[in-house]
Design a protein around this ligand. Structure first.
Ligand SMILES: C[S@@+](CC[C@H](N)C(=O)[O-])C[C@H]1O[C@@H](n2cnc3c(N)ncnc32)[C@H](O)[C@@H]1O
Length: 250
């Protein structure tokens, strides 16, 4: 499947979920497309999803696994009651295929010492909560949660961080003693995209990550600025922004 076909699939999942209650912070169509592609290509046997929210990423993963015919363990971390209700409503009977725990620190008690091939991070930060609830989850809680899920990444495993999540990525980078290659997969229109952390990377993986970093430095911000100016001059219209990005409103 090509990247653009995967993104179309991601956008289809986004379009389904964006109409549902609590969709203001769901994953972008771009990130969903990448997740679908990674699941279909790499067929990770054990997936940990931090911040399953209303179930957008969960659905994308379940459907991708259906297409490959390869099942596997799917553990999700979520403790916001509204999200848990919506998750159950949106997934229906398929919710039973996912082990849901309140915190990453609870994963081992629920499923044992499992090493996860793919960890998807889209929650677990104070900013994920409504302003009046942020005091219930501190920066220390965030760091403790990062420590809990980082310890569960399999040798050669992959962590995908949806959107920017700078504080969690700082915690991750500060805490791990393992080798990793970092890639910022940033759409050409400068919407946030996602971050990949390849643990124990091969030389080829390291080279690919370095090449993406070099391409990003060429394109952002100068290349994009030039492209936007040329587009406006030639067409008389501003360059279209990527659609399928959530509103950011609770
Ligand atoms: C970016 S959202 C996760 C969305 C989820 N991955 C999805 O795409 O459906 C991050 C976190 O926001 C928190 N959250 C708190 N209140 C919420 C609300 N009203 N609606 C959605 N998420 C909420 C949840 O804990 C959730 O895990």
């Amino acid at each position: 499947m090509s990247r653009s076909a995967a993104e179309e699939r991601g956008i289809a999942v986004f379009d389904r979920f964006v109409a549902r209650p609590g969709s203001g912070y769901i994953a972008s169509g771009f990130a969903l497309g990448w997740i679908i592609d990674l699941v279909e290509r790499r067929r990770p046997e054990r997936i940990l999803e931090v911040g399953s929210g209303i179930g957008t990423i969960t659905s994308a993963v379940l459907e991708a696994r259906d297409r490959t015919g390869a099942g596997g363990l799917h553990v999700a971390v979520e403790d916001v009651p509204f999200c848990l209700e919506q998750f159950a409503a949106n997934l229906g009977p398929r919710a039973a295929e996912v082990v849901v725990v309140p915190r990453a620190a609870d994963v081992v008690a629920a499923v044992g010492h499992v090493a996860f091939d793919l960890v998807i991070v889209d929650g677990g930060d104070p900013d994920d909560l409504a302003p009046e609830e942020r005091h219930t989850f501190t920066a220390e809680d965030r760091a403790a949660e990062v420590a809990a899920w980082v310890a569960l990444v399999a040798p050669g495993g992959l962590v995908l961080v949806e959107n920017t999540r700078a504080a969690q990525r700082r915690d991750l980078e500060a805490q791990t003693r393992r080798r990793y290659a970092h890639e910022h997969v940033r759409p050409a229109d400068a919407t946030p995209g996602l971050h990949l952390y390849w643990f124990e990377p091969s030389p080829a993986r390291r080279a690919a990550a370095a090449a993406r970093g070099a391409a990003n430095r060429l394109w952002f911000p100068t290349g994009l600025r030039v492209a936007r100016t040329l587009h406006r001059r030639i067409t008389g219209r501003p360059m279209a922004r990527r659609r399928a990005v959530a509103s950011g409103q609770f």
